[in-house]
Design a binder for this molecule. Structure first.
Ligand code: ADP
Ligand code: MG
Length: 320
């Protein structure tokens, strides 16, 4: 199979909302008047971000999902994507499954694949995603204000717990295993939530590197501090019934696990009711985990108010 057969067979689909799609030296597109173009790139490297034997359909999904998550965090409507692939070899079954996983998620969000690049090399998957957001309405990291509630969507730590299971650091029972492996391999980017939070949230970020690390980006960009209640964090159900020996793993997964692809956002108290309505409509918990305060850094507290030291090294600057 030639490079061009490969592109035609697996990565060329109709693009009705694009002036010119795959097949020329560049794609041509028209941005809707009054909209800003939001552009983001995320790369998944085989052996670093995923195991090389990962199911290709799930990999196709995840390659796009991590990019959609970035647009969700900006409150942008996804429109177009390019896909750059470095592949050790061109296996039909692998390409078929990968492209099916990719396009299933793309079609669910109205995203058109309009170009890319294909080369031979170590397995490497990179997407550039483009979306639209009304002028001036994008959700930024820099807008958090003292007094804001801090919220997080869905549950934290499930993907990290799924990874811990694959690495045999924990043995999950059937139900938890399914939930956590699905969270790891097929994350559902919170695109609709990002759109609903336009004009409501003061700041937002997607949780890809762990809650503490990503919340810190909001705090640094906004020049504020946070008080977060550990007992209020939405944790995997597995930990509710797990032994105390699991506390270290629970803290690690929930606070610094990464790969959650949930949204962490801040919003003023006056918006609590609207946020409650959004959560109900979307059947998605939007848990209030703390507040923005003045100062620097993030203080993590237990239910009784005592400060919790962060166990994992590398997050010292959060402890105080
Ligand atoms: P060029 O030589 O000009 O870089 P290529 O031969 O790399 O062009 O690509 C030919 C066409 O196929 C271009 O329109 C490019 O955007 C598209 N393309 C290449 N790889 C992919 C891919 N993996 N997915 C979608 N489109 C692709
Ligand atoms: Mg090229």
């Amino acid at each position: 199979m030639s490079e061009f057969d490969l592109i035609r067979r697996y990565f060329t689909r109709p693009t009705p909302n694009t002036n010119l799609g795959v097949g020329d030296d560049a794609a041509l597109l028209t941005v809707t008047p009054g909209m800003e173009l939001a552009v983001s790139t995320d790369m998944l490297v085989g052996g670093t971000h995923f195991y090389l034997d990962t199911d290709p359909r799930q990999l196709g999904h995840k390659t796009l999902a991590v990019n959609l998550s970035d647009l969700a965090a900006m409150g942008a409507q996804p429109r177009w994507a390019t896909l750059s692939l470095s592949l050790p070899q061109a296996h039909d079954d692998w390409l078929q499954a990968f492209s099916e996983g990719f396009f299933a998620l793309a079609e669910a969000h109205g995203v058109e694949l309009i170009g890319g690049d294909t080369t031979r090399g170590p397995l490497n998957l990179s997407v550039t995603i483009m979306g639209e957001v009304p002028q001036g309405q994008a959700l930024r990291r820099s807008g958090a204000q003292v007094g804001d509630d801090i919220r997080v969507s869905g549950a934290l730590g499930e993907a990290a717990l799924g990874l811990a299971h694959l690495q045999q650091r924990v043995q999950l029972p059937e139900g938890a295993r399914q939930t956590c492996l699905a969270a790891l391999q097929q994350p559902m980017p919170r695109v609709e939530l990002g759109l609903a939070l336009r004009g409501i949230a003061h700041s937002a970020i997607d949780v890809s590197d762990g809650l503490l690390a990503d919340l810190k980006h909001i705090l640094d960009s906004s020049n504020v501090a946070a008080e977060v209640r550990y007992d209020r964090l939405p944790k995997p159900a597995f930990f509710a019934s797990a032994s105390e020996e699991m506390d270290v793993l629970a803290q690690d997964c929930v606070l610094s696990g990464g790969d959650d692809y949930e949204l962490c956002f801040t919003a003023p108290l006056a918006r609590r009711e609207e946020i409650g309505v959004i959560a109900d409509l979307m059947h998605l918990p939007l848990t209030r985990i703390g507040s923005i305060v003045s100062g620097q850094g993030c203080k993590l507290r237990a239910a009784n108010g005592s400060v919790i030291k962060i166990a994992r090294e590398g997050y010292d600057h959060f402890a105080s």
